[in-house]
Write a protein that binds this ligand. Sequence first.
Ligand SMILES: [Zn+2]
Length: 252
Amino acid sequence: MLAGATPLLAQDDQVRLALDRLVAAYPDAFAGHDAKVLRWRDGTVMPVSAGAESTTFAERLRHASIVDQFRIAYPRGPLAKPPAVDTDPGRFRNAAFFTKMYGDCKKGEVAAHLVSVTWLPKTLRNKARGQSIRVTSVNHVDAHLRAVSAEIDALPDKIKRAAYPIAGTYKCRAVADTGQPSTHGYGIAIDLNTAYSDYWYWRPHSGRIVYRNRMPQEIVAIFEKHGFIWGGKWYHFDTMHFEYRPELLVTQ
Ligand SMILES: [Zn+2]
């Protein structure tokens, strides 16, 4: 039977397209790729897959290859319905890839690139808690976050209220349910106001997870416009969480 031939070819095309997007999304980092490796500008070469691919959701959460990062497409724009079971676009992350890109926070390598961003300067100007937050300058994440801040600052207060005070940005820690490095440890993630947020892990989750969200779409759209994905598009939702992942937002 030749049943496997066509899907395999389609899969190769999808891998090529995904890697094209990756190289395009991080022009400072990558020189190019072929079907098997990703080439960094400093000469580092990384395999795009581990050979024997992980097969289950739980394995991919812990041991994702670079290709796995694209295995679930990120749906840009308003969600039509809650994410399907185990549909967590962006949560498969290859640790070697992110550590190479942003550094190992346990060795102080991430802190060396952190810079301050004043969050919502117009809104918080007269408030004692006017927030200075720290994110990485690698890939100009700080500049992208300043652009996000300026646009949210201009929203009506009843909408932007969900965006302050910030719960956190840089923190060298692991993800609660996987033990893998958190994107907060790379300086590319931001958690908004917890009072307007929902996190699957804080709710009863022994059976099927029931989706809940109070984060305004206006805020989500601004983050996506500037290269940040939203944790509210995950079955394992984390609606305060945004992280810089422009490769998942590149449109054709
Ligand atoms: Zn977070």
